[in-house]
Design a protein around this ligand. Structure first.
Ligand code: NAP
Length: 175
């Protein structure tokens, strides 16, 4: 079973980090949910984000259905009346970033929110699912401004439906 949960810079001091899992053909979701069963990846997600701030879209929040324990959740929505107990609401990217200011913060999807915030992320932690998958939510992931910092392979197992590769990207120095 994949057990690697270590990433360099886990004591991040600045900048946003995005976390995402993506198939070889760019699928990240299907019917409002994740299109795979990858328990080790969920455990790694928990370990990396624990104590931090999660920034997510309203649809991703709906699919999770509750605030994740031990983390502050900021939900991005354009609906100024939207409210859920235990989470903070932001009506724009700027508002979300202001709320998250000076705290270790993670952009955790879905596709709309990655498109919105990846340009601001300093690190992107990608779980590359080594399969082509049917799904209705896709992301064109352009990481040409990033370099690979670490990479580790994890085989499929009874709890992980597909082989994965966990790749930590860091943004090249901005000129
Ligand atoms: N594979 C992965 O790593 C991963 C991670 C997360 C999610 N997912 C999957 O991705 C899918 C959901 O992704 P999605 O793209 O459909 O939805 P999403 O990004 O989770 O949420 C979209 C919603 O965010 C709000 N929003 C978007 N841009 C905004 C802006 N500029 N300002 C304020 N609010 C804004 C809007 O909410 P309102 O409509 O309320 O205004 C919009 O409908 C699900 O299948 C989920 O399971 C996959």
């Amino acid at each position: 079973m994949a057990s690697d949960t270590s990433i360099s810079g886990s004591t991040q001091t600045s900048g946003l980090t995005a976390l995402l899992a993506i198939s070889k053909d760019g699928v990240i979701g299907d019917k409002g949910d994740l299109p795979w069963r990858l328990s080790s990846d969920l455990r790694r997600f928990k370990k990396i984000t624990m104590g931090g701030v999660l920034i997510m879209g309203r649809k991703t929040y709906d699919s999770i259905g509750r605030p994740l324990p031990g983390r502050t959740t900021i939900v991005l929505t354009r609906d100024t009346n939207w409210h859920c107990d235990g989470v903070m609401t932001a009506n724009s990217a700027a508002e979300a970033i202001k709320i998250a200011e000076n705290r270790e913060s993670f952009v955790v999807g879905g596709a709309e929110i990655y498109r919105l915030l990846l340009p601001l992320c300093e690190r992107v932690l990608v779980t590359q699912v080594m399969a082509t998958i049917d799904g209705d939510t896709r992301l064109e992931l352009d990481l040409s401004d990033f370099h690979v910092e670490t990479r580790s392979k994890h085989p499929s197992s009874e709890v992980d439906e597909y082989e994965t590769e966990f790749v930590e990207y860091h943004r090249q120095k901005r000129s």
